[in-house]
Write a protein that binds this ligand. Structure first.
Ligand code: NAI
Length: 378
């Protein structure tokens, strides 16, 4: 394949995993980060380490040389731009892209999360965009930030485009770069509804910590994330999934482009994404507990001064996946007139952990909308 100028927006696990994969292929790769000071920190630690180390599909790579910058001008020569940041950073990154990208570059956003199309319309309405339903890998940087491990690659993922009829040629390029087949969906709204992170992330956090969110833990007591799922949590995940399906069914009546068969249940999604990597497929709980790609992934915790740990409710499992995943879906449910008690309970209780009354805020906004002529409602 021709060597491409590739810019990856983000400096975390997913961005580094993608950088390692593209460097392995010989492409010219830059990491662009918009977080003040992050580029300098990454450069310092990689220089000390002699480059980025990676384990990609069992193969160990060392000393990969990646350009790390906070200068958005780097975007202007990119043929392909990957955006691999939590959804709360999409607007910041897309604004930079809108000001610097070449008109005909390809922008690949992984993952899209909920209602990404609103930000695309605002910032890059004319760009060639492929938006993916998930991140292709379960991946983690080590504590020093010098070694990224792709713990498990999915067998494929859904993706939608803007424009809607973007040529398949672009799909071919993205699949070759990511080394993964994409299932093309017709409409980005399908991605909002099929976003599995909105179910797994807040749902598992709720299951792990609902009984006593204020409890502290000794290091060896800190729970594993997927391996810590019990039957009650698995029931919550399935209830949320059923409600998302009810919303999708209702929306489909006015939007025939929504593909119901692409909105998978957690069980269907796991079996397709991680076929061959799950030891016990007898129930949702056992699938989550025995998926090799999830092995050893811990719940997000923060260390306290006394050496004990407490749950980190500021982690993206809550701060990204409530307001940028499950809440957009809930709002679609409201518009479609679908009752969602399980989703409401999840949003209410995990939202309270971060001091947010999201459902109350929606009600207040709706009330104000009916009683005012404020520009934000137009
Ligand atoms: P991360 O937390 O490691 O990386 C976050 C990066 O995003 C930061 O390094 C920074 O460059 C950027 N960022 C964060 N806040 C920002 C802000 N306010 N403004 C601008 N940039 C900001 O996240 P990770 O693990 O790379 O995940 C990226 C996305 O992939 C998330 O949506 C996550 O939910 C999703 N995902 C990650 C998986 C994984 O195994 N790491 C698995 C499935 C999905």
């Amino acid at each position: 394949m021709r060597k491409l100028d590739i810019v990856i927006c983000g400096g975390g696990n997913g961005a580094c995993a993608c950088a390692a994969l593209q460097l392995k292929k010989g492409h010219q790769v830059s990491l662009f980060t918009a977080v003040p000071g992050e580029a300098e920190q990454i450069r310092t630690r990689l220089t000390k380490n002699g480059g980025l180390d990676a384990t990609v599909r069992g193969e160990r790579l060392e000393g990969l040389q990646v350009n790390v910058t906070d200068d958005p001008a780097v975007l202007s020569s990119a043929a392909v731009i990957f955006v691999i940041v939590p959804a709360f950073a999409h607007s910041t990154i897309l604004e930079q892209i809108s000001q610097h990208m070449q008109k005909d570059a390809l922008v690949v956003i992984m993952p899209a999360r909920g209602l990404l199309e609103l930000d695309l319309e605002k910032y890059i309405p004319d760009a060639n965009v492929i938006a993916c339903q998930t991140l292709p890998w379960a991946c983690r940087l080590n504590a020093e930030g010098t070694h990224v491990e792709i713990k498990g690659a999915k067998n494929g993922m859904q993706a939608a485009t803007r424009p809607k009829d973007l040529s398949d040629v672009w799909f071919g390029i993205a699949e070759e770069l990511i080394e993964m087949p994409f299932t093309r969906v017709k409409n980005m709204l399908t991605l909002t509804l099929s976003n599995i992170g909105q179910i797994f992330h807040p749902g598992i956090m709720y299951g792990l910590f609902r009984d006593d969110p204020n409890r502290t833990y000794a290091e060896e007591e800190c729970p594993l994330f997927y391996q810590g799922v019990d039957q009650r949590s698995a029931d919550t995940l399935e209830a949320v999934s059923r409600e998302i399906h009810a919303i999708a069914n209702e929306l489909k009546k006015s939007n025939p482009d929504i593909e119901l068969d692409k909105i998978e249940t957690p069980t269907q999604w796991l079996l397709r994404s991680y076929a061959g990597q799950i030891e016990d497929e007898s129930s949702l709980k056992t699938m989550l507990n025995t998926n090799k790609a999830y092995r050893g992934i811990k719940a997000p915790m923060v260390k306290l001064e006394n050496g004990r740990y407490k749950p980190n409710f500021q982690a993206r499992y809550i701060t990204e996946d409530l307001p940028f995943s499950l809440l957009p879906t809930k709002y679609l449910g409201l518009q479609a007139g679908v009752d969602t008690p399980a989703i409401d309970q999840l949003i209410r209780e995990t939202g309270a952990w971060i001091g947010c009354d999201f459902l109350g805020d929606i009600e207040n906004a709706e009330r104000l909308k009916k009683r005012s002529r404020l520009p934000l409602f137009y």
